[in-house]
Every structure is written in structure tokens, then in C-alpha cells.
Write a protein that binds this ligand. Structure first.
Ligand SMILES: Cc1cc2nc3c(=O)[nH]c(=O)nc-3n(C[C@H](O)[C@H](O)[C@H](O)COP(=O)(O)OP(=O)(O)OC[C@H]3O[C@@H](n4cnc5c(N)ncnc54)[C@H](O)[C@@H]3O)c2cc1C
Length: 542
């Protein structure tokens, strides 16, 4: 098989991957350069879609401080956020945000006097959210990074190519990946001394999601198969307000929390406001509470959505503050200054993932995980709005620092464990089986939405377990596949299984994990931690 070598290999071109590439390139002199690999194009990521903003705990904001932000994060995390991690990430916010402004060209919105404009989002106790272009923060940040990456001669960008297996040797050290080129259908080997997974989320496992098509949980599946420890993967955040034009419409455009932050109200299909029945902070209650409130109102009124009413907010304010949302809704026939917006919950964010330290170290040597695919312990059972972009950039920043003290010479010695993996990908695939992947993905989506979604139970999850087992048995390509779509489906099955197993094991309701048969929250908050060798017998760490 064809092969290449780099000092550092970064998988994923979202905020985490791009910023890691820039920081590593700026900080470390690498003999064999950096490869930034993405399975789609450079600009295709969840990061690009982020709207509301990024948390900035800045010294210049007198209303805010690390303690306050940490308290808000810990409260949202429902006992599972790690206090040290929360304080550490919060404490680095000022330094990293200033790096984005001063060295990366990120142009956060300012008020008329030229000061940074902070906005409010649900469950934040003060205005601390920085944004770009009103509601196009992800685009603003990601495009600034992409511009710099393209100018950087140390970084080789490889598009339309997916990592499909990690090369981990018998000493539990990652030496590279198997890469699948989606345009040619070829497989090749890429060796590196540091492999960084920045592969994002998994919203596409669910029928309704705000995530773009590439969010198929690849990083978690690859790391799990290679033996890495996965943490808290049962905690999936369902965003309360995604545009719900019809039940058939699967890809759901996000109506940012910041719209509620500016005063918009939720009403049910009978035109009644309802949030006061569920929480004293009403529309600004934590996401999981607003999601369940909407879900309950939809069930009570037998409707496929509720409505978000922003019509009483001054039109010019609404359109200036939310240009992306107002334009997108207008294109679909909804003038948000006049009409209530039909909204319903949709899978949005994975709180859990590959267990990693803030600087991305995983349980496998040489393998790092940053951004949404990682579980650092920041988000716990429920993510506080705008903390994820912060985590992406802080982890990338810290990882570059960590790697500057690491020996980054591409591996020369490859053992028989890795040779066996390479052998699998050198052989032809049995092409007797052909699969309609679109239809298979849809069946999996239905099962995950109905059985492992917003409200779960022993019965629903057990059914999901059986259905996913059947899907796995029927899909014969559990290693080498013939298309990116097949690889994504393979990864979705692996990740779905992990969510179902941990959700079954967690016999309580906590944060985003809600069980109709175990409504209580246990006194002791414990992480779910599992790896390939102990899936049957889940280990819980304190
Ligand atoms: C609509 C929307 C709005 C959001 N708004 C906000 C917000 O306002 N504030 C906030 O903090 N968070 C927000 N989030 C969440 C946040 O955007 C994400 O958590 C964050 O951007 C994730 O960044 P990432 O770099 O980890 O992954 P991503 O940005 O998802 O990037 C993942 C990358 O990995 C690539 N990839 C995946 N698998 C492979 C593979 N096998 N091989 C090679 N490449 C691969 C993908 O193609 C992509 O380039 C929002 C999310 C969505 C969907």
C-alpha cells in the first residue's frame, strides 16, 4: 500500500483541528510537517454552523469572573463536570480569546464605542458570550483559521479523505492511520508520531439533528475500536429550538439560544406560553429542561412542534442581531418579526466522547482527542451554551504547548500488530454484498430517535440494543469498506451501540440523560467509562 509520513497528523477541519494546526505550526519546528486531513472540504464542519457565540471570561468584563463562569458550568453539568477542568478552561479563556483576536484575525462584534459586545445565553448568570457577524460566530472563527492555514507552508491540507482505522501497536502506541480517499476509492497508510482526533460530533445518529452530514461519530468509533477509553457517551444534548417545518424535514436549522436570550417566548400550538410551568428561569432554563418542556408540550398537544415568538422584539434589532437566522427563516417563508417560528428539539451535541485531558491526551500513547469528540469533563451531563467552542480552542492551545515538549519524529519501527491491520486493508473486499446505505442510516436514525433519544427507558433501550445488533449482523463490512458512506454507517453502528449500552447502565436521570423508569438523580455522580475490553462490565470512575 502507498504510504506517507508526517510529524503530526490532525483529523478534522473544525475549530479544534484548524486552530491546533496553526498553534502547533507556530510553536514547533517539525521535520516532517503537519497534515490536516478532512473527510469533506476544509469548510465543512459543525464549527462552521455555530451561531450564538463563544464564552469569553475576559478581564475587561467587570461583571464576570472565572468563579462565576465555573459555577454556571458546574450547575449545568449536573454533578458530572470536573471542577478542576472547568476552572482550568475558564481560566485560559482570556488568554486564548486574545490570541484569536490578535494573532488569528478573529473579528468579534463590538458596540458603537468599539468595545467587545457580550451577549447573554441560557443558564449564564451574566453577559459573557462573544459573537461574530451577529449569529455567524462559527463561520467567523473558522474562516479566519482557514485563511491562516492556507498561508502556512508547514501544513499540508488533504481533503475528501477519511481516517478509517488507527494504527495502534502492541505497546498501546498510535503510529498513524489508514486513510480512505473518497474520490479515488484508494486506501493508504499515513504514519505520524502524534495523531490528533478533532473529528467532531455524532448528531447524524439521530433522525432530527442540527449537525451537518459528516457528524457521524467517527472519532469515537475509531478510538473505541483501537482500545481507547470512552467516557459519558450516553449524554447527548438535544437542542430545544431547531426549525421544524414538517416531520419529514430531517436536517434542522438551529434557532440559537441567543434569540431567547434577547427575549423571545415559547408558545405551544394552542398559543399558550408554558415555560413558567417548568422552571423559574423560563426560556433561559438549562437546555435539557427547555428540551423536555417542549417535548412534553408537543406530546400534550399532539403537535410536531411548538413556536418561538420573537415578533414583539423590534424588527431592526432582530434582523441586525440575527442576520443568518432571519434570512434563513425568510427563505422558508417565515418573517421572524411577524410570524412565530415552528421549533422542536433536535440532536445537537455530544457531551461525552474519547476520555482525554484538557490538552487532549487519551489512554493511547501518541493519540490525542480535542474538541467535541473528546470528553475532558468540562460539560458533564449537560453542556452550557457556548462552552464547546471555548473547549475546542483551549484544548488546541494546550495541546500545542504539550507537544512542544514531546519528541515528534515519525515512527520507524512498525510491529506485527500494525502489519495485521495493514494486511486487512491490502486485501480486496467481497463485493457480493451491496448496501443501500441511505436507507440503512435512516433505519438506524429512527431507532436512535425513538429509543435512545430525549426520554429513555429499559424497554426502549433494550429494543434499541436488539435492533442495532441486527443491523450489525446484516452489515458484513465491519472493517474494510468500499465507500465513505459505508465507513460512516459502520462508525455510526459502533457509536450507537456505546450510547445504548451506557444509557442502559445509567439507572438514573441526570442532565441530558432522562429515564422514564429511573426519574431520580443518584446522590453520587459517576462517569461512565468503558473500553473495548470491558463493554459488558462497565467500569465507573469517581
Ligand atoms: C448548528 C450548530 C450551532 C452551534 N452553535 C454553537 C455556538 O454558538 N457556540 C458553541 O460553543 N458551540 C456551538 N455548537 C457546537 C460547536 O459548533 C461544536 O461543538 C464545535 O464546533 C465542534 O468543533 P470540532 O472542531 O470539535 O468539530 P467539527 O467542527 O464538527 O469538525 C469536525 C471535522 O472532522 C472531520 N471528520 C470527521 N470524521 C472524520 C474522519 N473519519 N476523517 C477525517 N476527517 C473527519 C469533519 O469533516 C470536520 O471537518 C453548535 C453546533 C451546531 C451544529
Amino acid at each position: 500500500m502507498k504510504y506517507s509520513e508526517y510529524s503530526v497528523l490532525i483529523l478534522g477541519s473544525g475549530a479544534a483541528g484548524l486552530y491546533a494546526a496553526l498553534k502547533i505550526s507556530a510553536q514547533i519546528n517539525l521535520p516532517d510537517g503537519i497534515a490536516l486531513i478532512t473527510k469533506s472540504t476544509l469548510d465543512d464542519s459543525n464549527s462552521m454552523q455555530a451561531q450564538g457565540g463563544i464564552v469569553g471570561v475576559l478581564h475587561q468584563n467587570a461583571a464576570d469572573n472565572i468563579k462565576l463562569h465555573s459555577e454556571d458550568t458546574l450547575k449545568a453539568g449536573a454533578g458530572l463536570s470536573e471542577p478542576d477542568v472547568v476552572r482550568y478552561i475558564s481560566g485560559l479563556s482570556d488568554e486564548v480569546i486574545n490570541d484569536l483576536i490578535n494573532n488569528c484575525g478573529v473579528d468579534f462584534d463590538k458596540d458603537s464605542s468599539g468595545k467587545l459586545n457580550f451577549t447573554l445565553e441560557a443558564a449564564h448568570s451574566c453577559r459573557r458570550i462573544l459573537h461574530v457577524g451577529g449569529d455567524a460566530t462559527g463561520k467567523g472563527i473558522t474562516n479566519a483559521f482557514i485563511k491562516k492555514v492556507k498561508e502556512d507552508s508547514n501544513i499540508t491540507v488533504i481533503e475528501n479523505s477519511a481516517a478509517v482505522e488507527l494504527l495502534v501497536d502492541s505497546d498501546n502506541e498510535c503510529k498513524g492511520i489508514i486513510l480512505f480517499n473518497d474520490l479515488t476509492g484508494d486506501h493508504e497508510i499515513v504514519y505520524a508520531s502524534a495523531v490528533i482526533l478533532a473529528t467532531g460530533g455524532l448528531g447524524q445518529l439521530y433522525k432530527y439533528t442540527t449537525n451537518p452530514h459528516g457528524a457521524t461519530g467517527d472519532g469515537v468509533a475509531l478510538a473505541y475500536e483501537a482500545g481507547a477509553v470512552i467516557q459519558d457517551i450516553e449524554f447527548i444534548q438535544f437542542h430545544p429550538t431547531a426549525l421544524a417545518l414538517s416531520p419529514e424535514n430531517r436536517d434542522r436549522f438551529l434557532i440559537s439560544e441567543a434569540v431567547r436570550g434577547e427575549g423571545a417566548k415559547l408558545i405551544n400550538s394552542n398559543g399558550k406560553e408554558f415555560m413558567s410551568l417548568y422552571h423559574d428561569r423560563r426560556e433561559l432554563a438549562p437546555r435539557d429542561i427547555v428540551t423536555r418542556a417542549i417535548y412534553s408540550e408537543m406530546n400534550k398537544t399532539h403537535s410536531s412542534s411548538v413556536f418561538l415568538n420573537a415578533s414583539f422584539i423590534e424588527k431592526s434589532k432582530l434582523f441586525n442581531r440575527f442576520p443568518t437566522i432571519s434570512k434563513n427563516c425568510m427563505e422558508k417563508g417565515i418573517d421572524i418579526s411577524q410570524n412565530p417560528i415552528p421549533v422542536a428539539p433536535a440532536a445537537h451535541y455530544s457531551m461525552g466522547g474519547i476520555k482525554a485531558t484538557v490538552e487532549g491526551r487519551t489512554s493511547i500513547k501518541g493519540l490525542y482527542a480535542i474538541g467535541e469528540t473528546a470528553s475532558t469533563g468540562l460539560h458533564g451531563a449537560n453542556r452550557l451554551a457556548s462552552n464547546s467552542l471555548l473547549e475546542c480552542v483551549v484544548s488546541a492551545y494546550e495541546l500545542s504547548d504539550y507537544l512542544s515538549f514531546t519528541n515528534l519524529i515519525p515512527p520507524k519501527k512498525i510491529d506485527s500488530t500494525i502489519m495485521k491491520i495493514i494486511d486487512v486493508y491490502s486485501r480486496p473486499v467481497n463485493e457480493d454484498f451491496m448496501y443501500n446505505i441511505e436507507s440503512l442510516k435512516q433505519q438506524l436514525n429512527e431507532v436512535m430517535w425513538n429509543n435512545a433519544g430525549i426520554i429513555r427507558s429499559e424497554k426502549s433501550l433494550s429494543e434499541a440494543r436488539l435492533r442495532v445488533k441486527k443491523f450489525k449482523e446484516n452489515f458484513k463490512r465491519n472493517r474494510k469498506c468500499i465507500s465513505l458512506a459505508e465507513y460512516e454507517y459502520r462508525n455510526m453502528l459502533i457509536t450507537a451501540n456505546l450510547i445504548i449500552e451506557t444509557a442502559l447502565e445509567r439507572k438514573e436521570s441526570r442532565g441530558a440523560h432522562s429515564r422514564s423508569d429511573y426519574r431520580q438523580t443518584n446522590i453520587e455522580a459517576v462517569h461512565s467509562v468503558l473500553s473495548k475490553n470491558n463493554i459488558k462490565e462497565l467500569m465507573y470512575a469517581g
